[in-house]
Design a protein around this ligand. Structure first.
Ligand code: VG1
Ligand code: CO
Length: 601
């Protein structure tokens, strides 16, 4: 179907220098936006900030300017997101700005919906009706943060490889936002109906401009089918001895869950929870962890009011479906264990990896469970700073197949973003493989069995993360500065620690994590404060780069237990001594005024 519309000469430069107060206000907002944008390519802010005059426009024009005119002219751009409040307006604005900046065509998922991993897949795999391929993408999401008129919105730019823009580009965007004086918008271009699949052609002053609205899930589903053995997963899911549920928390994963789990893999429709994407995520916080995925947690027999007959397997996604939480019956799988277990079982269970893994990688704060697997399987191993873009370089260079973060992010080199549904399919593949001979009545190998077997083989990394959200930014900085100061004398640190508890090992070394990219040689400094203990335990402190208000302090606590008779303890109990050390050493309560974290995972 084609819609043809002529639009009047549209090239408008809108100058922002109308009033002095306007300029000041404008600059201060941009400085805010780019603080988080700089570190993670995500401009995540309250909707009210984004809807201020010219705010979104400035981010978009600064991005076009950072890419340079030759790259933008004639290009194909994907624009979509997790469907949160303000997305539809933002898409219309970006379409009009793309036209005025000489973009040749814009691809939009139906209703403006594309998960972050699906955007990456579309950029890498989709071919337009005219043979075109995408050059980049604007993803509209604030990920795991809530949505609605008083909540969060966000935008980020992904490159031709389907991954987040590298620091070189995001730094340029940041610089541009400080000096930008005009932007281009085709105000005469009519709004495009993004609810109907089809291509609209327009002719404007720069020639043809198309908007291609396409099915949000078909490219992604095709890719998943090329990676996993859907037949064997279907046997598992439809077996009377197995049960399954999936919670999209009203995020965009819902647009894929029905297609994949119900239509392709035969799950019951009733196994899907909250799978209708909503602009406000049903008023919830679309963050797949034990605190926010309450309904799933209860359904799986965990939490305060557990259901009595939980399914064998449950999983949840965040707003843009790049994160995942995996649960077994009354059992939580930590994301750090999850990536290690996927890596340990990938070759046998997942056709895409049957010829071996190129290497594995984790972010620095993620537990060392993956390190042990890499060592034992003799795999290349990388420890990178927080944020998915660091994995992308390794993958582009053919050095890494499977990677993960403690923050519920797991993925592989099939795309350049983490992938929530991929992780669920990976777990289902492992379960299908381990149970291939007992789906007709033998004893099911459960999620809990798989994890406990893994601990017995490789040892267990007890792990927890404490988040202190919306802390006063100055106080957070002081806390971090104090921790850096303490690092100058390890012996003083050890005296302090022994004074707090005598049953904790000594600190062997302490530093601020710094990463040299083995592919392009770039160096990323100040990526988190580490205290490394003699017995392999670790304390890590970081400031979040994605929070939308104040500062968020993250404290990561880890302890390795090799003795298989001691791997079955409750993790909060096992970690209690280290937690006490971390809180007292950092003077958490003194600096932040908080006696407890906002979220514990
Ligand atoms: C958090 C996580 C990090 C993740 C990032 C983006 O960052 O800790 O591991 O890569 O979110 O996730 P921070 O700086 O707040 O700790 V998403 O789902 O927005 O791509
Ligand atoms: Co996300």
């Amino acid at each position: 179907m084609f819609r043809i519309t002529e639009y009047p000469p549209p090239r408008l430069s809108v100058y922002l220098t109308r009033s002095l107060s306007g300029i000041t206000h404008f600059l201060s907002i941009l400085a805010n936006l780019t603080l988080s944008e700089k570190s993670l390519t995500n401009g995540e802010k309250k909707v009210k900030v984004f809807t201020q005059p010219h705010y979104l426009h400035n981010f978009v024009q600064s991005t076009f300017n950072a890419l340079s005119a030759e790259k933008v002219k004639g290009s194909t751009l994907v624009v979509s997101g997790d469907g949160r409040y303000y997305s539809k307006d933002a898409i219309q604005i970006i379409i009009k700005m793309a036209a005025a900046n000489g973009v040749r065509r814009v691809w939009v998922g139906q209703d403006g919906l594309l998960s972050t991993p699906a955007v990456s897949a579309v950029v890498r795999e989709r071919v337009g009706a005219d043979g075109s391929k995408a050059n980049g993408a604007f993803i509209l999401t604030a990920s795991h943060n809530p949505g609605g008129p008083n909540e969060d919105f966000g935008i980020k730019y992904n490159m031709e490889n389907g991954g987040p823009a590298p620091e070189g580009i995001t730094d340029k965007i940041f610089e541009n936002t400080k000096t930008i004086k005009e932007y281009f918008i085709a105000e005469g271009l009519p709004d495009v109906d993004i609810s109907a699949i089809g291509i609209s052609n327009f002719s404007g002053p720069d020639g043809q401009f198309d908007v291609d609205v396409f099915d949000s899930s078909s490219d992604y589903v095709k890719l998943m089918k090329s990676i996993f053995d859907f037949q064997s997963i279907k046997k598992l899911i439809t077996s009377p001895h197995f049960s399954f549920c999936y919670d999209a928390l009203h995020g965009v994963a819902g647009a894929y869950a029905k297609r994949i789990f119900v239509e392709e893999l035969g799950a019951e429709e009733s196994s899907l929870l909250n799978c209708v994407p909503k602009e406000d995520f049903g008023g919830g916080h679309p963050d797949p962890n034990l605190t926010y995925a309450k309904e799933l947690v209860a359904r799986m027999g965990l939490g305060k009011n557990p259901d009595s007959n939980p399914p064998e397997f449950g999983a949840a996604a965040d707003g843009d479906a790049d994160r995942n939480m995996v649960l077994g019956k009354k059992f939580f799988v930590t994301p750090s264990d999850s990536v290690a277990i996927i890596a340990a079982n990938a070759v046998q269970s997942i056709p895409y990896f049957s010829s071996g893994l190129k290497g594995v990688a984790r972010s620095m704060p993620t537990s060392a469970a993956l390190d042990v697997v890499a060592k034992s399987l003799n795999l290349k191993f990388f420890e990178v700073p927080t944020g998915w873009k660091f994995f992308g370089n390794l993958m582009d260079a053919g050095l890494c197949s499977v990677c993960g973060e403690e923050s519920f992010g797991t993925g592989s080199d099939h795309i350049r973003e983490k992938d929530g549904i991929w992780a669920v399919l990976a777990w289902l593949s492992i379960l299908a493989h381990k149970n291939k001979d007992n789906l007709d009545g033998g004893n099911l190998v459960t999620v809990e069995d798989i994890v406990k077997q893994h601990w017995a083989t490789y040892g267990r990394h007890y792990y927890t993360r404490y988040d202190y959200e919306n802390v006063d930014a100055g106080a957070a900085k002081e806390l971090m500065a104090n921790l850096v100061k303490l690092q100058s004398s390890i012996s003083d640190v050890n005296t302090t620690i022994t004074g707090i508890r005598s049953d904790v090992a000594n600190v062997a070394s302490a530093d601020e994590f710094e990463y040299k990219d083995p592919v392009d040689g770039s160096i990323s400094k100040n990526q988190g404060i580490r205290y490394l203990f003699e017995d392999g335990s670790r304390l890590v402190f970081r400031l979040s780069g994605t929070g939308s208000e104040g500062a968020t302090i993250r404290l990561y606590i880890e302890q390795y237990e090799k003795d298989s008779s001691k791997t079955g303890r409750d993790s909060q109990e096992a970690l209690a001594p280290l937690v006490e050390i971390a809180l007292k050493l950092s003077k958490m309560q003194e600096f932040t005024g908080r006696s407890a974290p906002t979220v514990i995972t």
